[in-house]
Design a binder for this molecule. Structure first.
Ligand code: SF4
Length: 474
C-alpha cells in the first residue's frame, strides 16, 4: 500500500475528499505495493481505488477521467529496500563511528535504480521481483555487476545469490529491459583476467547492456585493507588499457565505445583526461564518468564570459586534493579575467582519511579547518556543491549556513561549473543590489547524484568520480 502524503487543491482526490495519511490498498483490484505500482496502475482512465482511511474505514472511489487529468495524489516515499550483501568493499563500513543515521542505510533498491540511477546488485530480487521489473518495464536499470564469474561475485558480495547475475541479466534483457552495468575494481579480486572476463561476457549479452563503467574501489581509513586495498597507479593504467580493445570493437560494431573507465581511474593512474569523444553521448555523466572532461571543457568554453565582479578582491576555490591540479590550471585565466588573485584551497579529508580525495565527500569541519583561517573581507569562496545534500548539509552534519557564517566576512558560493558559479555570483551581486535574492541560484550541467541518503558524489570544485567515493555505489 502507499500512503497519501499530499493532495492537490482542486484535484480529483480533493473532490473525492481523500485524506492525507490514508492508504491506497488496491487500484482496479490490483494490490498497490509501492509508488511505482501506484504510478503504473493509475495510468488508466477508469479507476477503482480502495482506500483505507486513518480511522480504519475502507472507502471505494470510482473515477472516470480524462487521461491528461491528474489524480492529485502525491504518495509518501517508499521504504527503501536494503541490500542482502556484505560486500568486501562496502562503503558503509567506511563510515566514521558516529556518522549521521542516513549514512548507514544499505540501500539496494531497484526503484532508486530506475528513478535516480543508483546502482543495485539484484541479489534481493527473486523471480517474481525480476518479473515485476519486466512487467512494468522499469528500464534502464543500473546494475553493479563487479564480476561475471559467479564464484568470484559470491565472494565479493558475500551472498550466495550473487552468482545468479548472468541469468538475471539475461532474463531482464530477454524481457526487453536495458541495463547500465558497473564493475567496482578491487585489486587482487576482480581485476586482471577477471576484468577481461567481465567485460567480455557483458559485451556478449548484446545491445541491451547499454554501457559498462569500470570504477576504482573507494576506501576510507575505516575499511582500508579490510580486506580490500586501494588500486595502485600502475593497476589503474592497466585497467584502462584493458578496456581499450573492447571499446574499439564496440565502436566498430555498435557505433559507441560502450565501456568507460571512470574519471578516478585516470586520476589514480596519472593519465591525461580523455577528450570528449571518449564519452560518446555522456551516458554516465551523473555517475562520475566524464565529469572531469565536462568541467574542463565547460571552463574553456565559458572562460571568455568572465570579468571583474564588484568588490571581489580575491577568489578562493575550495576542493578535494585530487582536483588541485585542474583548478590551479584554471586559476591564471580566472585571475586575469576577474582582475584579482585566485587561490586553490585543497582540503585534506580528515573525516574519512587521506585516501578520500574527492570534493564531494568533504566534511564541513574539514572545510572550516582548511579555509577559515586567513579569510578576509573581499574574499569570494567557492565550495563544492556536491558536498552538500538536498538539505544543504555536509556529510558530517555541519550545515552550509554554519560554514558560510564562520567564513564571514567572505562571501560563500556553491556551484558545479566554474564559470557558471562565478557568473552566478555576478548575477547575485546585481540581484542583491535590487533587493532580490533570486539571482543566487546557480544551475549546472552536472547534477549531483545524491540518489539516496548519503550518496554524495563529486562536483565543483571537485568533480572527481562519484564512483571513487566510499558512499557512491553498492
Ligand atoms: S556495498 Fe552496497 S550492496 Fe554491498 S554490502 Fe554495502 S550497501 Fe550492500
Amino acid at each position: 500500500m502507499v500512503r497519501i502524503a499530499e493532495i492537490g487543491d482542486g484535484s480529483i482526490a480533493d473532490a473525492l475528499e481523500l485524506r492525507i495519511g490514508s492508504r491506497i490498498l488496491k487500484v482496479n483490484g490490483a494490490r498497490v505495493r509501492d509508488g511505482i505500482d501506484f504510478a503504473f496502475l493509475t495510468a488508466e482512465e477508469e479507476l477503482r481505488l480502495e482506500v483505507l482511511d486513518p480511522d480504519g474505514t475502507t472507502v471505494v472511489c470510482e473515477i472516470s477521467r480524462d487521461p491528461s487529468e491528474s489524480l492529485g495524489i502525491v504518495p509518501a516515499p517508499d521504504t527503501i529496500r536494503e541490500c542482502a550483501n556484505e560486500c568486501v568493499f562496502c562503503f558503509i563500513d567506511g563510515n566514521p563511528p558516529g556518522a549521521r543515521d542516513p549514512l548507514w542505510l544499505r540501500d539496494d533498491d531497484f526503484r532508486l535504480s530506475f528513478t535516480y540511477g543508483s546502482y543495485v546488485t539484484l541479489t534481493n530480487l527473486g523471480p517474481r521481483g525480476l518479473q515485476r521489473l519486466v512487467d512494468q518495464r522499469l528500464s534502464p536499470l543500473y546494475v553493479s555487476v563487479h564480476a561475471t564469474n559467479p564464484e568470484l561475485r559470491v565472494r565479493l558480495l558475500k551472498n550466495d545469490r550473487a552468482g545468479l547475475i548472468m541469468d538475471q541479466l539475461r532474463f531482464l534483457l530477454d524481457g526487453g529491459l536495458e541495463v547500465h552495468a558497473q564493475a567496482v575494481l578491487c585489486p587482487d579480486w576482480n581485476d586482471g583476467e577477471e576484468l577481461d572476463r567481465t567485460i567480455r561476457e557483458l559485451y556478449a549479452l548484446g545491445d541491451g547492456i547499454l554501457s559498462l563503467s569500470v570504477v576504482p574501489v573507494g576506501l576510507t581509513r575505516y575499511n582500508l585493507n579490510r580486506p580490500v586495498r586501494l588500486l595502485r597507479p600502475g593497476e589503474a593504467v592497466a585497467a584502462i588499457a584493458q578496456t581499450e580493445p573492447f571499446r574499439e570493437r564496440a565502436l566498430r560494431r555498435r557505433g559507441k565505445h560502450w565501456c568507460y573507465a571512470a574519471d578516478e581511474l585516470f586520476l589514480i593512474g596519472g593519465c591525461d583526461v580523455p577528450e570528449a569523444g571518449y564519452y560518446d553521448d555522456w551516458p554516465l555523466l551523473e555517475n562520475g564518468v566524464g565529469a572531469l572532461r565536462n568541467l574542463i571543457d565547460g571552463f574553456r568554453a565559458g572562460a571568455h564570459r568572465l570579468g571583474p565582479v564588484g568588490d571581489v578582491r580575491r577568489i578562493r576555490v575550495v576542493t578535494g586534493t585530487s582536483m588541485r591540479p585542474w583548478f590551479e590550471g584554471f586559476a591564471p585565466s580566472i585571475s586575469t579575467a576577474m582582475r584579482c588573485p585566485v587561490e586553490v584551497v585543497a582540503i585534506d579529508n580528515r573525516y574519512f582519511g587521506p585516501s578520500v580525495t574527492v570534493a564531494g565527500l568533504l566534511a564541513g569541519d574539514d572545510i572550516l579547518r582548511g579555509a577559515q583561517e586567513d579569510t578576509k573581507e573581499g574574499d569570494l569562496v567557492l565550495l563544492p556543491a556536491t558536498a552538500l545534500n538536498d538539505d544543504r548539509v555536509f556529510i558530517d552534519g555541519v550545515a552550509f549556513s554554519e560554514v558560510a557564517a564562520r567564513l564571514a566576512p567572505a562571501r560563500v558560493r556553491t556551484g558545479y561549473q566554474v564559470v557558471e558559479t562565478l557568473l552566478g555570483d555576478a548575477r547575485a551581486d546585481s540581484a542583491a543590489a535590487t533587493g532580490s535574492r533570486s539571482g543566487m541560484a546557480i544551475e549546472s550541467l552536472v547534477t549531483a547524484a545524491e540518489a539516496s541518503a548519503g550518496a554524495d558524489s563529486g562536483g565543483l570544485p571537485g568533480v572527481a568520480s562519484a564512483a571513487a567515493a566510499p558512499s557512491a555505489n553498492p
